[in-house]
Design a protein. Structure first.
Length: 202
């Protein structure tokens, strides 16, 4: 006869202890998680090249085709690809292009991602980290979109502002505020690689 009574719970019926990650850590070793999250530079370069190929093909199609529909499609494709480059800038700000060689990470980002958009990855990293540290503080906030209202007609205004490039212009001109606004005093300068990337593309 079992030592457990019919109404007595067994140890195997007990709720798992700890948070949900405890069970995951038992199934997957830490070194396996690290291996899965470690960026592979050659894959990064390959994917960045695919993004730029998409932009170039869309530009060529818009130039060669005498069609408004093709022009509109090319505009949308290029806009999506440019947004992908900004997302890559975010990854690079966390050293997601090359974690072991941080200098290589920043050079790749400035040449292929951040520079063509008119910024540097060091500047984005400064803004991104400070935005999180000063979230909700209007005196210290440096994210230009953090206090934008998107209710009602304001949403359409913000979309038009982005489509017209006014937001991008504000990001680029932010470097000129370094001497006028103390909260921008420690904003990193543009790197030579970011300027090369900007000039080469624009």
């Amino acid at each position: 006869m079992s030592s457990h009574g019919q109404g007595e719970p067994r140890a195997s019926d007990a709720e798992p202890s700890g948070d949900g990650l405890t069970g995951v850590r038992k199934l997957v070793a830490t070194r396996e998680i690290q291996a899965l999250t470690r960026p592979r530079t050659w894959q990064v370069v390959l994917r960045l090249s695919a993004t730029w190929d998409t932009i170039l093909v869309a530009m060529e199609a818009g130039i060669l085709a005498s069609s408004l529909a093709v022009d509109v499609a090319a505009f949308l494709v290029i806009g999506c690809a440019q947004n992908a480059l900004i997302l890559w800038t975010h990854e690079a700000s966390h050293y997601g292009l090359s974690r072991s060689q941080r200098r290589l990470n920043d050079v790749l980002a400035d040449l292929l991602v951040s520079g063509p958009a008119g910024i540097s990855v060091a500047g984005y990293r400064w803004q991104h980290l400070r935005h999180h540290r000063a979230l909700g503080d209007p005196q210290q906030e440096v994210d230009l979109m953090a206090w934008s209202c998107v209710r009602g007609p304001n949403l359409a205004k913000q979309i038009l502002r982005h489509m017209a490039g006014l937001y991008a212009l504000g990001v680029v001109l932010r470097y000129r505020q370094r001497g006028d606004d103390l909260k921008y005093a420690d904003l990193p300068s543009r790197s030579p690689a970011s300027m090369i990337g900007f000039v080469a593309v624009n």
